[in-house]
Design a protein around this ligand. Structure first.
Ligand code: PLP
Ligand code: TYF
Length: 398
């Protein structure tokens, strides 16, 4: 049966972590994977999460099945978080939300459902995009194309290239948009640019699939949801994949949500029935524990306030690391202007390092980054920043 099976390539990001784990140099630093570490280099256990966990364990609940669509409180909380509590689309009950296995699970349920609805549609992802976007939509059966996004000359957005490409797509093409904190570049459209993007999406009858995996890491919970709200307020039907992996530091619990914005409550009921069918034939129903924790945190004012404060701490620490990196590169004699690192949003920075420089960083300095030059700024801390800045300076200066 398995004799002629070929070895599949490793995931470039998760594969790099495997390589990092087997590196025996004690000063090694992993700037590869998109995980938030605290100043001690640890994945934090948020105080709000710990409180909800203790409460749940003390309640001594049995482990039954969840409904196919997951925990109602989680789904309501996820929807309100991304669309805003006062959203007209929520009030008119035309949104459907289902719990998912992380943000990846939300993308996958959405992709499988769209494939049934629009079998011949093209899916457009940004160039570059998160490693898994292309593979996930191709596995769902779609042809995946890339719209221009990042301009290496300006270290910013190629808005004209993006809009021209979107205008050339056939109606009913699916456009995957990073709602905030673009992975891998850290480059987000400004509010004015989002308005232009939304106009083209609406005029050309494209279908927006908004991926929001870093809400709260850019400018705050509300500000980071502005692009999603803009599309919904324009009356567009859209899909929204939410990930809680980073924002609750609950990576391994696999919690996310898929929200579909339809035209009416009646339409929403039909859509929900179909999305439930996708879930039932994949994994039947989602796991409970992580979803229950996030549901409590989103719906209990005391926990929500704690969460917002902790997210703010993470966001500020990343901003501080960005500015220290820029300053320390200059102190180490790099005369290239790195100010663009300060303008980037979220956990990542497209540093401008070449693949050869990234190789040198890893081989000579035990510092791991993605070959595209993406570094995870959230893995920098007060103890490793000097070493990292010095090493980057040395590979840049050659
Ligand atoms: N979408 C983007 C843009 C991401 O960066 C990630 C990263 O993990 C995901 C989706 C998937 O999130 P999750 O780990 O919750 O599946
Ligand atoms: O981009 C990242 O680093 C994170 C983590 O297949 C990740 O999103 C990376 C690759 C992958 C799943 C998660």
């Amino acid at each position: 049966l398995f004799q002629s099976v070929e070895l599949a390539p490793r995931d470039p990001i998760l594969g790099l972590t495997e390589q990092y784990n087997s590196d025996t140099r004690s000063h090694k630093v992993n700037l590869g994977v998109g995980v938030y570490y605290d100043d001690d280099g640890r994945v934090p256990l948020l105080r709000c999460v710990h409180k909800a966990e203790v409460d749940r364990v003390q309640a001594q609940l049995a482990h039954s099945y969840l409904p196919i669509e997951g925990i109602a409180k989680l789904n309501r909380g996820a929807r309100e978080l991304v669309l805003g509590k006062d959203s007209e689309a929520i009030k008119s009950e035309r949104c459907v939300t289902v719990q998912s296995i992380g943000g990846t699970g939300a993308l996958k349920i959405g992709a499988d459902y769209l494939r049934a609805l629009l079998p011949d549609a093209k899916v457009a992802i940004s160039k570059p995009s998160w490693e898994n976007h292309r593979a996930l939509f191709e596995k769902a059966g779609f042809e995946v194309v890339e719209y221009p996004y990042y301009d290496p000359e300006t270290h910013g957005l190629n808005l004209d290239g993006m809009l021209d490409f979107l205008k050339s797509l056939p109606a009913k093409s699916i456009v995957v948009l990073h709602a905030c904190c673009h992975n891998p570049t850290g480059v987000d459209p400004t509010p004015e640019q989002w308005t232009e993007i939304a106009k083209v999406v609406q005029d050309k009858e494209l279908i927006p699939f908004m991926d929001i995996a870093y809400q709260g890491f850019g400018d705050g919970l509300q500000a980071d949801a502005a692009a999603v709200r803009l599309f919904v307020e324009k009356g567009l039907n859209c899909l929204i994949s939410t990930s809680f992996s980073k924002s609750f530091s609950l990576y391994g619990e696999r919690i996310g949500a898929l929200t579909l914005v339809t035209d009416s409550a009646e339409e929403a009921a039909r859509v929900l029935s179909q999305v439930k069918r996708v879930i039932r034939t994949n994994y039947s129903n989602p796991p409970t524990f992580g979803g229950a924790i996030v549901a409590e945190a989103l719906n209990t004012p005391e926990l929500f306030a704690m969460w917002e404060e902790e997210l703010g701490e993470m966001r500020q620490r990343i901003k501080e690391m960005r500015s220290q990196l820029v300053n320390k590169l200059a102190e180490n004699g790099v005369n290239m202007n790195f100010d663009f690192v300060m303008a980037q949003k979220g956990m990542f920075s497209y540093s401008g390092l070449t693949a050869a420089q990234v190789d040198k960083l890893r081989e000579e300095h035990a510092i791991y980054a993605i070959s595209s030059g993406r570094i995870c700024v959230a893995a920098l801390n007060s103890k490793n920043i000097d070493t990292v800045a010095k090493a980057i300076a040395s590979v840049i200066k050659g």
